[in-house]
Ligand binder design. Structure first.
Ligand SMILES: [Zn+2]
Length: 430
């Protein structure tokens, strides 16, 4: 096929299909930079008109050619047809959009801008579902005319409306973490607002005992423990105007176990937040809820990080500190034996008796990497235990009536009870 320049191509298209400036320009969207498609279309129409006008004047084309070309070119173009005594079919509508595209842009821009202004949204994203008929007709023109420089009406509407909304409201388009996603359903003439959850990667420290992750209630509805991690997160959710908050932590310590040292990673999910709040302010509110919980908010993250954080709770190693009370007096020799036995040792555990009501009775095998033990008093020692995630540490100490083997009690051949337990370190593998 011989080369056809864009003006010739525009003439060919316009003779076959009446198109508005924007729908014509969109067929040539890949040509030229920094232009709006409506400008592109208008420029092509003027150039096409001048080209055909020139050909008519030189006797190379019949004035009838102008007739087709000028069908929907607006008043200033019709002038030229009148001057050449060509009848123009008045107001032939754009074949693709029916002449409605500019009013669509105006209508949806102001609908979205109003929501943004009234709800104080500062970052947003626009999605468009154009009318099926419009998409079909656009495809038809593109295929029929062999156009390979076009942009889809969907992509143009998204871009143009996003830009207009930005200039009206000052809100910024954000493709990563928008506060609001506006989905324009043109078939139904409706705009749906979605508020994506805000996901924050954070670390928490539990400085006291009797603190659960989620609130626990007794059968008659009273709180079993006065504090939970959720309570502090809920306070931050209120600050954000969020409807609900979900905690995704890298594992969990028992209610009576402190989380010290490195802290434990978690993702706090704030559902449908209605306000943009700086992370430092969220962190401040989390930390002012109680002195027994501390948080560090690291950054906003995507949904896939939730899975990675939760998995890291199972796969990463932990370091615990246990205070153990024993039935008999212990010596340094006992401590040395304990350390020797639990050097890189696999421990077999049936589900602990204390949680057997809630969980299935299964056997799990976990590795203890290392134990360091010191006698504090004749019947008391403290142990640092480095082990795989998921090991039941209290049962490692007391043996759980033979359900955990080997155990400290078994190795020391005496009763042993873990009276205090802290998590000192959770290895992060994010
Ligand atoms: Zn159009």
């Amino acid at each position: 096929m011989p080369y056809e320049d864009p003006i010739q191509r525009a003439i060919r298209v316009l003779k076959r299909y009446p198109l508005c400036d924007r729908c014509l320009g969109r067929l040539f969207a890949e040509l030229g930079r920094g232009l709006d498609n409506a400008e592109r279309g208008r420029a092509l129409k003027i150039a096409a008109l001048m080209t055909v006008h020139d050909r008519v004047r030189r006797g190379l084309s019949s004035p009838e050619e102008l007739k087709l070309l000028c069908r929907n070119l607006g008043a200033e173009y019709r002038e030229i047809c009148r001057a050449l005594s060509v009848d123009v079919e008045p107001n032939t509508r754009c074949y693709i959009c029916g002449g409605d595209i500019e009013s669509w842009i105006g209508r949806y821009t102001s609908a979205i801008s109003e929501v943004i202004k009234s709800e104080g949204v500062s970052t947003f994203l626009v999605g468009v579902r154009p009318p099926r008929e419009v998409v079909r007709r656009e495809r038809e023109v593109v295929e029929e005319m062999g156009i390979d420089t076009w942009e889809s009406v969907k992509s143009e509407l998204k871009r143009v409306i996003g830009k207009a909304v930005r200039s009206i409201t000052g809100a910024e388009p954000d493709f990563e973490h928008p506060e609001a996603i506006f989905v324009i359903d043109m078939e139904r003439g409706a705009v749906h607002v979605e508020r994506p959850a805000l996901l924050l990667l954070a670390v928490y420290w539990k400085l006291g005992r009797r603190i659960s992750q989620m609130p626990w209630y007794t059968r008659n509805g009273a709180r079993r423990y006065p504090l939970s991690l959720y309570d502090a997160c809920k306070a931050a959710a209120d600050l954000l105007g969020s409807s609900d908050v979900v905690i995704h932590a890298a594992g969990r310590e028992d209610v009576d176990v402190r989380m010290l040292g490195s802290g434990r990673p978690l993702v706090i999910e704030f559902r449908e937040p209605r306000r943009k709040v700086p992370l430092s302010e969220i962190e401040r509110v989390l930390n002012s809820y109680t002195r027994w919980l501390r948080f560090r908010v690291l950054m906003g993250v995507r949904r896939d990080v939730v899975r990675r954080v939760k998995e890291s709770g199972r796969t990463s190693y932990k370091i615990y500190r246990a205070v153990v009370v024993t039935g008999r007096e212990l010596s340094i020799r006992d401590m040395e034996e304990l350390e020797a036995v639990f050097k890189d040792r696999l421990v077999t555990q049936r589900t602990p008796l204390r949680i057997l009501r809630r969980k299935k009775d299964v056997v799990r095998v976990r590795r203890v990497y290392e134990v360091k033990a010191r006698v504090l008093a004749p019947h008391v020692f403290t142990a640092l235990i480095k082990c795989e995630g998921g090991l039941y540490v209290k049962e490692l100490v007391d043996g759980d009536k033979g359900r955990t083997m080997p155990s400290f009690a078994e190795v020391l051949d005496t009763d042993a009870r873990c009276v205090e337990l802290d998590v000192l370190y959770v290895h992060k593998q994010l």
